[in-house]
Design a binder for this molecule. Structure first.
Ligand code: 5GP
Length: 116
């Protein structure tokens, strides 16, 4: 399924791309939840974590290494940061193209919000 993230990977949507290679693309979130809020996606449109196959392991490994490098570039690596990967409805996933959120630049508080 073609999502907004596939369009971003192909350069069809104007976003602030901070990194791109043959496996992954990283861009700043349109609604940042912290001073640093970067979304990192595999270029291949994997819908959710549940759809990952062995063939995707190189892209997902790259995704983590790129997150660490971008944290360093944004100067948030020493203080620390959080990587979030939401899966399906209860996980709060809105875009069904697997992605990792890199968040930091302030204390991020408890890992989970209180249930509404
Ligand atoms: P999810 O809730 O699926 O884990 O996260 C989706 C994220 O994508 C949200 O934080 C949302 O703000 C971001 N997002 C959705 N559409 C766009 C867009 O067109 N541009 C950018 N830069 N971010 C987007």
């Amino acid at each position: 399924m073609d999502t907004i993230f596939s369009q971003i990977v192909r350069g069809e949507v104007p976003v602030d791309v901070v990194y791109q290679d043959e496996l992954v693309t990283a861009f700043r979130d349109i609604q940042p939840q912290a001073p640093t809020h970067i979304v990192i996606v595999p270029n291949k449109p994997i819908p959710t974590v549940a759809d990952v196959t062995e063939a995707d392991e190189p892209a997902l490994g790259r995704l983590i290494r790129v997150a660490a490098r971008l944290a360093e570039e944004d100067g948030i690596d020493k203080a620390g940061y959080r990587l979030i990967l939401n899966c399906r409805a209860h996980g709060g996933q809105e875009v069904y193209h697997l992605h990792v959120h890199l968040l930091g630049g302030r204390p991020l508080g408890r890992m989970l919000a209180d249930p509404e």
